[in-house]
Design a protein around this ligand. Structure first.
Ligand code: AFP
Length: 333
């Protein structure tokens, strides 16, 4: 069997006119950073990388050592290549313009360096999420305002999941493609062409401990799922909740499902739990490109006009018919 590497795949995409050389380079550099993060994640306690870093991130959450390591790897890998005008990280308050020592490129890169990091110490899958925007025309030194583009403006997005194998999943708009890291060869191999999400599912993911804080439409939806065969849905549903968004989304891309991190009364003033620019937008682009849907319960995620770099939103994504039902329940109030 012919093994297609990520590099070959990207060159073929470029030949089809789906991306330029600079976007190809950008994705290759992110993939290289992902390999370096995978090495650190997989060493675990042997490399002394588990546990707290002793600092808080911009979200006020305790940083793990691997959060800091993954963030540094992504910044160092991407800043000198000439393909970026600026970067923004979920772990860092301000955007990071490309230093004057290096040439500037046409793209803005946003990333959540290590999503699900509270799972690291218990050896459960974590991941990296990234989103690529175009730097507005004529802007030499981008500011935060230049990042305030809706998810529909993303030119590429992707994530890696550091699990039993390391996988990289990405889209440049033409379908969703998955690659598995061959650790011996050090290269990503194209293993999952055109990943699709079935329209229907019997599996849902939500942190049920928040039930009493949810809004009525989400309480209704989940109650009906739990009522199973005897309830209005007429079929049994199963729950899965990894608490690493990458792992939950990856399962949905592999076999369907619906993922909810809805608004709840504990975090209403913050707007939700998950971050629009680093989690919701890139995942929504992937999920839609795979035939699924992604909303806040009220509106399509990709249509949101961001107002803040670290903005949070409610998220409902996955199998289309379930996402549409949740959204309808919100409209009905
Ligand atoms: P951490 O990166 O702090 O572990 O947060 C992970 C996350 O943002 C997302 O990946 C999970 O789906 C969600 O939080 C889990 O939230 P709960 O801890 O409330 O279940």
């Amino acid at each position: 069997m012919r093994r297609v590497t990520l590099t070959q795949f990207l060159i073929e995409q470029q030949r089809k006119g789906l991306m330029g050389a600079d976007l190809r380079l950008l994705i290759e550099v992110v993939a290289r950073a992902v390999k370096a993060i995978a090495v650190n994640v997989s060493k675990g306690a042997l490399a002394g990388v588990l546990g707290e870093a002793g600092s808080d991130n911009v979200q006020g959450e305790a940083q793990k050592k691997l959060d800091v390591i993954a963030n540094d790897i992504l910044i160092q890998a991407n800043e000198w290549g000439g393909h970026l005008a600026a970067m923004a990280s979920e772990e860092v308050e301000e955007i990071r313009p490309i230093s004057g020592d290096y040439p500037k490129g046409a793209y803005l890169l946003l990333f959540d360096p290590l999503d699900g990091s509270s799972n690291i110490d218990v050896n459960i899958s974590v991941g990296t999420i990234f989103s690529v925007l175009r730097c507005p025309e004529g802007v030499a030194t981008p500011t935060e305002a230049d990042f305030m583009q809706p998810g529909t403006a993303q030119v590429a997005s992707g994530y890696s999941v550091y699990g039993p194998s390391t996988q990289l999943v990405l889209t440049v708009g033409d379908g969703v493609h998955g690659f598995t890291l061959d650790r011996e060869m050090g290269s990503f191999i194209y293993t999952h062409p055109y990943m699709t999400i079935p329209e229907d599912t019997k599996e849902y993911a939500i942190n049920g401990s928040n039930e009493r804080f949810w809004e009525a439409p989400v309480q209704r939806y989940v109650r009906e799922l739990r009522d199973g065969k005897e309830g209005p849905r007429g079929k049994d549903f199963n729950t899965r909740w990894v608490a690493s968004m990458v792992a939950d989304v990856h399962r949905i891309l592999t076999r369907g499902g619906v993922f909810l991190y809805p608004l709840d009364s504990k975090m209403k003033d913050k707007g939700g739990k998950l971050r629009l620019m680093y989690e919701a937008n890139p995942m929504a682009m992937i999920v839609e490109a795979a035939g699924g849907a992604a909303t806040t319960g009220r509106e399509r995620i990709l249509d949101i006009q961001p107002t803040k770099l670290h903005q949070r939103v409610p998220v409902v994504l996955g199998s289309k018919n379930e996402v549409e039902l949740v959204t309808r329940y919100h409209q009905e109030g």
